[in-house]
Each structure stands twice: as structure tokens, then as C-alpha cells.
Design a protein around this ligand. Structure first.
Ligand code: IMP
Ligand code: MG
Length: 183
């Protein structure tokens, strides 16, 4: 975004479409873990709305925890480094863990999280991500439950931010720029 340009969010995935897809992913998880307990781990902050909506559509005994990592900061491009900001509150040993992410981009964040979570000996470990940008992958990781595969566009809304803004948009939007007209 250049100086003098204004960011304009354009809807990419409408809220009604997100809602239907989240319900479908929740039904799949409910079927896959029938009769078992699951433990959802939300990656803060981007996954918070997805996790809240997903968890309420899952018909299983479910517990929640959160973890926070830094990968992007205020820039759009990954620094390539992942740092743990907030660890889990409780042990995941012996639990069916589903890590809930907002978006899989280069895959570096997920690669890091899977490595540290595997060391803690969960019974099983899967990944649910609202969005996937497979064309951006640097580290070969895959999600088990994906909401939508999207092209290589920078998106915001439904939890996703640009410099901490736009998380509260109800739709997933692409940020485009328009020239500010002279006053
Ligand atoms: P990765 O480590 O490159 O896969 O990046 C994952 C993290 O980068 C996500 O959890 C997001 O916080 C952020 N990210 C990646 N792509 C986007 C995007 O298009 N919009 C907003 N955040 C993004
Ligand atoms: Mg972010």
C-alpha cells in the first residue's frame, strides 16, 4: 500500500458461505471422532472467531485451550521466524487435539506448532484451518480440515488482520487499494 492510497476491503467469502462451510467442517469432525472427547487449540488471535463458531457446531465432549505465536508482526510478509508468545494452560498428553488455525500460508507457523505439540504426546493431532493458500507453501504441511482454499491474495476479516485491523469484519475480504481523491 503506497502513501496516499486507501485500503478497501472487498468481499471474497461472504458470511453466509462461511457459516455453511464451518457447519460442514464441524459435522465432519463430529463424525470422525464419534464417541470420543476432543481438545481444540486455537491459535491466537486470528483463529478466535473460527474456533468459537466451529466449537459450537461440534456435537462431542469438547475442551478448549489457546496458544499464541508471532510470525508476521505488522508486515504482510512472513519474517520466516516463529516465536511462542503464550503457551497452553494445560497438558495435552493423551488427548485428541485439533489445532485450529485461521490460515495456512507459508506453513512455517504450523510446522513450528506441530513440532512443539507432538513433543507433548497427544493421543492424536490434527489441524483445522479456515483458509489455505497452498501456492504460498514453503514448508510442506497440510491441514486435515480446510474451510476454503484461496488464491494468493492477502485477506482480512473473520479473525484475520492487517496490522491488527479488520479482524471484526464478518466476511473474509481482500484488501485492495484505491487512490485518495485530492481534498
Ligand atoms: P505462515 O506461517 O506463513 O503459514 O503464516 C501463518 C500466519 O500468517 C497466519 O496465522 C496469519 O496470522 C498470517 N497470515 C498469512 N496469510 C495471511 C493473510 O492473507 N491475511 C492475514 N494474515 C495472514
Ligand atoms: Mg496476523
Amino acid at each position: 500500500m503506497r502513501n496516499g492510497e486507501r485500503e478497501v476491503p472487498q468481499v471474497l467469502i461472504r458470511r453466509s458461505v462461511i457459516e455453511k462451510r464451518v457447519k460442514a467442517v464441524a459435522r465432519q469432525i463430529t463424525r470422525d471422532y464419534k464417541g470420543q472427547r476432543i481438545h481444540l487449540i486455537g491459535v491466537l488471535k486470528g483463529a478466535c472467531f473460527f474456533l468459537a463458531d466451529l466449537a459450537r457446531e461440534i456435537d462431542l465432549e469438547t475442551s478448549l485451550d489457546f496458544i499464541s505465536v508471532a510470525s508476521y508482526g505488522k508486515r504482510r510478509d512472513s519474517s520466516g521466524q516463529v516465536r511462542l508468545l503464550k503457551d497452553l494452560d494445560s497438558s495435552i498428553a493423551g488427548l485428541n487435539v485439533i489445532l485450529v488455525e485461521d490460515i495456512l500460508d507459508t506453513g512455517r507457523t504450523l510446522h513450528y506448532l506441530l513440532r512443539i505439540l507432538r513433543q507433548r504426546k497427544p493421543k492424536s493431532l490434527r489441524v483445522a484451518a479456515l483458509l489455505d493458500k497452498p501456492s504460498r507453501r514453503v514448508t510442506p504441511v497440510k491441514g486435515d480440515y480446510i474451510g476454503f482454499s484461496i488464491p494468493n491474495e492477502f485477506v482480512v476479516g473473520y479473525g484475520l488482520d492487517y496490522a491488527e485491523r479488520y479482524r471484526n469484519l464478518k466476511d473474509v475480504c481482500v484488501l485492495t487499494s484505491s487512490s485518495r481523491s485530492p481534498q
